[in-house]
Design a protein around this ligand. Structure first.
Ligand code: APR
Length: 194
């Protein structure tokens, strides 16, 4: 599937190629990544859950929920940061994406906010690297193609203006998501075909 880059306000190629070395795309389990900050797709209670949140809590150990619940509630579109405990990552950023209710409930802005607030926390803590899952696209039901555009565009708008994080990894757990990200990043000149 090819996405329309012009409708999202980002021109493919040219300047975008300068950012290519700061963006990575992987298919796999986010808990296995060697990055400073792992983002988890949380809910407002920050008490852990299933999906990527379950995987992150299980890999980090019980100290994570003890730390995160103290920072609750976390409003939709907002984030909190804790240590990574047993993870290789030094920090976990708990990002609360929106539940998708059809698209007319400010879901896109809230999803962009979850990504942007994560980047803000990484910058505030001067963390060189961050990895994102596909926030809201599982239990919360956000259409994967739209979420992919929002995720990439939010990161691309952030990077040229900010030193931190130096690198951003998009970690897809499903091949279909990886393919969407791949197409979008190729169109923007961030990765090359082949
Ligand atoms: N690594 C990377 N990505 C993963 C992993 C993993 N180990 N496990 C699942 N995912 C992917 C899913 O494939 C999906 O693309 O994470 C994405 C987000 O799905 P969910 O985890 O269901 O997150 P979300 O839709 O934001 O729903 C959040 O689910 O478990 C609860 O506590 C969580 O209530 C919150 C809600």
């Amino acid at each position: 599937m090819k996405l329309d880059t012009t409708s999202a306000g980002i021109a493919p190629g040219s300047i975008m190629a300068d950012l290519a070395h700061r963006i990575r795309l992987v298919l796999g389990d986010i808990t296995s990544l060697n990055v400073q900050a792992v983002v988890t797709a949380a809910n407002e209670s920050l008490r852990g859950g299933g999906g990527v949140d379950g995987a992150v809590h299980s890999a980090a150990g019980p100290d994570l929920v003890a730390a995160s619940r103290q920072l609750a509630p976390c409003q939709t579109g907002d984030t909190r940061i804790t240590p990574g405990f047993n993870l290789a990552a030094s920090h976990v950023i708990h990002a609360v994406g929106p539940v998708f209710h059809g698209g007319n409930s400010n879901e896109s802005d809230l999803l962009a906010s979850a990504y942007r607030r994560s980047l803000e926390l990484a910058a505030a803590h001067q963390l060189p690297s961050i990895a994102f899952p596909c926030i809201s696209t599982g239990v919360f039901g956000f259409p994967a193609d739209q979420a992919c555009v929002i995720a990439i565009d939010t990161v691309i708008n952030w990077l040229p203006k900010n030193q931190f994080p130096e690198t951003v990894t998009f970690c897809c757990f499903q091949a279909t998501d990886h393919s969407l990200y791949c197409d979008r990043l190729i169109e923007l000149g961030m990765i090359s075909e082949g």
